[in-house]
Design a protein around this ligand. Structure first.
Ligand SMILES: Cc1ncc(COP(=O)(O)O)c(C=O)c1O
Length: 403
């Protein structure tokens, strides 16, 4: 678990921008023997010839590492980098994004608790809400994501945790974090926000009132589709509770995965800026295409909550989704024709990735469950890579000739 030192005071250095912090943050003290890059420390345990010194670290009186399921020097640097970008007091990491989501929920909730969330969270998260938590006698109420009045009314009935995801996967709905965090805090609930789609470059939920922010690091933080990971940042005491739970469940991030994430995050700012710019251009182009029925992108003026997105985001992100005239049959014709996209269940990479909810975000759900969640089968989720936007538009145009 990474916690801020006195020198860092829990916030980012006021004179450094996100671009600079993405490169340098969290690496102080980790470099050895003149190395300029963070070492990958592959040691299961850490030795202490002096038993008193060992005891001091084991009991948390002195900094250090005991066993890599709990903490690891390379993993610590990754946690610090994200913690500083999210301006959090503390951070802890996980083997995957779903480990971050599930460990957070299971660590903080007890039988009899009530959770309020929304219908179109990521499919795996939705499965926790609909299958796993109710089994443990945790009541979950899933609201219409776009209806803030309804969500506020449901929260006002009392709950212990409010779980937000914004923008959502795959319909790119936007939730007003400050407004819903206010409603949650009025009833004493903890607010958790999944910031995977926005990244800390575009949005900082903690600054908007959330208590905890989490990421599937597999997506934009990695950016290269070659590693799985998750991370949680926020209030020190809450992160500590989740960290202790994760120490025991053992869903720890591997040191090599942490190294790849540290390396990838050095270009996070560059990648996300390019993806923001290209996604907005492509979304505007898609809106003008006769083969396209709907375009979901928070940067479009036509988006239901564009005003909220403009207030709480610095950029609108690299993912959009669109519906095709002809539904799922048209999706099956168009997708194979794309030359500049992987058809895969991933997003946030340097390469463009496209796919329908049935094989990507909501593969865990049945067609009926997707329909109940308001996820159309005829949707294509399009994660914009760092290719030239004109090339991507030309590729979509040629693919649409069969739509
Ligand atoms: C918004 C969001 N949260 C969480 C996850 C889960 O992350 P992972 O696949 O790393 O377990 C995903 C995966 O797609 C996601 O899109």
């Amino acid at each position: 678990m990474a916690e801020y030192t006195q020198a860092q005071k829990g916030g980012r250095s006021p004179d450094l921008s996100l671009a600079t912090l993405a490169v340098w943050a969290g690496e102080d003290g980790s470099l050895v023997q003149g190395a300029t890059q963070v070492p990958v420390v592959y040691s299961a345990a850490y030795g202490y010839p002096d038993v008193d010194a060992w005891l001091d670290v084991a009991l948390g009186r002195e900094p250090g590492h005991i066993y890599s399921r709990n903490t690891n020097p390379t993993v610590h640097v990754f946690e610090e980098k994200v913690r500083i970008l999210e301006e959090a007091e503390a951070a802890t990491s996980f083997a995957t994004g779903m480990a971050a989501v599930s460990n957070t929920l299971f660590a903080l909730l007890s039988p009899g608790d009530r959770v309020v969330s929304v219908k179109d969270t990521y499919g795996g998260t939705n499965q926790l809400f609909t299958s796993f938590l109710p089994r443990l006698n945790v009541e979950v109420e899933l609201c219409d994501t776009s209806d803030h009045e309804q969500i506020e009314a449901v929260i006002a009935k009392g709950c212990s945790l409010v779980y937000l995801e914004t923008p959502t996967n795959p319909t790119l709905k936007v939730m007003d974090i400050a407004r819903l965090a206010g409603a949650a805090h009025d009833v004493g609930a903890t607010v958790v926000a999944d910031n995977t789609f926005a990244t800390p470059i575009n949005q900082n939920p903690l600054a908007l009132g959330a208590d905890l922010v989490l990421h599937s690091a597999t997506k934009f933080l990695s950016g290269h589709a070659d590693v799985l990971g998750g991370v949680l940042c926020g209030d020190r005491e809450l992160v500590k509770r989740v960290f202790h739970y994760r120490e025991i469940t053992g869903a720890s991030l591997d040191p090599m995965a942490a190294y790849l994430l540290i390396r990838s995050m050095k270009t996070l700012h560059l990648r996300v800026h390019q993806q923001n710019e290209s996604a907005l251009r492509i979304a505007r182009w898609l809106e003008a295409q006769p083969a396209v029925t709907t375009v979901n992108y928070p940067g479009l003026e036509s988006h239901l909550h564009h005003d909220v997105a403009a207030r709480q985001m610095r950029g609108y992100g690299g993912v959009l989704s669109f519906g095709l005239e002809g539904g799922f049959a048209a999706v099956k014709r168009v997708l194979p024709r794309l030359r500049l996209a992987h058809r895969a269940a991933n997003l946030g990479a340097v390469e463009t990735i496209a796919g329908p909810p049935a094989t990507t975000s909501h593969v865990e759900c049945t067609a009926e469950e997707r329909a109940a969640l308001g996820i159309p089968e005829g949707l294509i989720r399009y994660s914009v890579g760092i290719e030239d936007a004109d090339d991507l538009i030309a590729d979509l145009a040629q693919a649409f000739t069969v739509a």
